[in-house]
Design a protein around this ligand. Sequence first.
Ligand code: ADP
Length: 667
Amino acid sequence: MEKFVDTQQDHFVNLILKLLSNDEPLDTIFKTLIEFFEEQNPNTICSILFLDKNKKRFEKVYAPHLPDFYNQALPHLDIGESAGSCGTAAYTGKRVVVVDIQNDPLWVPYRDMAKAANLAACWSQPIKAQNGEILGTFAIYYVEPRPPLERDIKTIEQAAHLVSIILKYFENRSFAQKAQERISLIYESSIDAMWLIDIEDNGQTYRFKSINDAFIAVTGLTRAAVLEKTVEEVLPPTSIPLVRAKYAEAVSTGHVVDYLEVAPLPAGVKVGQIRVKPIKDEKGVVTKILGIAEDITERKRIDDRLKESEADLIYAQHVAQLGSWKWEAKTDTVHWSQEIYNILNLDPKSGPLRFTDQSKLYTEESWNRLKIAVEEAMATGGSYEVDLEGRSNVKGPRWFVARGEVIEKDPQGRPTRLAGTLQNNTERKLLENNLKAALNARDEFIAVATHELKTPLTTLQLALYSIVKALDGEIDKDKLISRVEKAKLQGDRLEALIKNLLDVTSIGAGKMRLELKPDVNLSSLIQNIAKKYEYDLTKSGSSLIKNIEPNIIGLWDDFRLEQVVTNLISNAIKYGNGKPIEVHLRRSGQNAILEVRDQGIGISEDKQKKIFERFERAVSETSYSGLGLGLWIVKEIVTAFNGKVWVTSTLHKGSSFSVELPIKAQG
Ligand code: ADP
């Protein structure tokens, strides 16, 4: 450019620059340029021609003062080694100076055309791009034959150079425009909110300069509420410290800064994944910030909900003690939920066990059943449910229920995915076992009870029968009395048995109630009971030694006390081996102490606690009849009186049952 600028042409250069800065089109600029050169050189006609893409012909012609027919013919002429001045210059890339068209070999094909256009001389200068590519030509025509002066040559050189610069400028401008357009297209069509901030007052003020449509849609703010406003005027106060800090970081580091912002906005509470980019001016100073925000509110909500339902599932599995698993055939991978590790007492860090390794968890019998069930489900595409017993040497629950099914098959019908659950079934299994044991005990009890009731009943019936028979004939009065007494005894025994049976149900249902009376004389109560047992004592061969402190009187329930004493004495007779039995009663402070001792079969130490439980016996039912209820009832009653009962015994030597009763029992 500098070469071209001299005093003569200052005005022209300014004019061209003005046209360029006004964004005038190329046509206008070239027209102005041609007119300037034509004015500078009277009797000349100037042309600017541009080659087509293939560099074969001229495609564009700027020559306002050449005749129309000439301009129209130009684009159809091929360039070449001798194709007039312009065609040859464009072909060779060298200036072509034709002084006399009519007599120049280069012009042979176009002589007539030139004549008709009244053109006699033509000097043509190739227009070249910076890289040397030939773009076209700048030419000056004369109406008379004439050679150029040095000044003329300089003129066409400078003109061609100027055209090349103008073209380059236009190319750059259109490139910049396109880039600008592309950027605005992205900016405007982006679904992410975008904004441009001006940094003012040395970084003190951040002012919104532009926002895109998405910004409005996402925030619910209007353009008027944002543009030319500071961040403090636009954003919620809770966001300001974060936003200022991040903008400042972007400015100071010159780098992109990412952050997450949760902001209550007119469009609702929004969660944005934000990225701010500092933009530098030509001096390298950050003067603007470009912001872009991805609205992740919905994603965050879904994420949160997913996390919540995951937590719910984990909790539900934990409460149900039921874990879930999945198996992928393709990769042979197993996935266990957290609860499976809990149930099996395994560390989640060590990962799930492969199916075959699970054999070590269960008893051999259980493992075999599980294996068969799984194999069958795999073969049929069905499901299974197997009760499993854990190995006793493995820590944790003992019983499990394993369920599973094929949930996906390949086109050949082979299972590709299995899923299922493992549940801790220990509590249920124990309950079930207890229930089974209770049912067995009940059946046994009914059998024993029936037998127990039947024995005295048969004896009673026999006694009554013989009484009836005796009444018919002559009978000795004493004999009759003895038979009636025998019958009565069996009746008493039956009554005691039935009382015990009734107590099982009523005490078991928590119904034992004491009927306390103020002056219950325990001493005489024991004496009376002892009398009742005279017959049984005689029969068993045991003697009864009584050591009873008289008149121990308390606030008691006499009916219940009678049961206690009866049960203890009858047991002493039953298990006493016909040896002497002692009954002791004494006062000790505020308590009465009753002791029933025998020298019978005794009770082994391990059974001594158990015998106070319901249906528990330390002897076989074939050698000694009984229901296993007496001592349980004794314990229940004594406990209700706030007292204690215990046994000291040596096997084969005898037992001593002691009862301690508060004299003023509180019912
Ligand atoms: P039952 O006598 O009907 O079996 P109990 O509850 O009265 O029921 O007694 C429970 C068990 O305690 C008896 O089966 C017996 O094994 C043992 N037992 C009770 N009293 C004595 C005793 N005096 N000597 C030895 N064993 C006894």
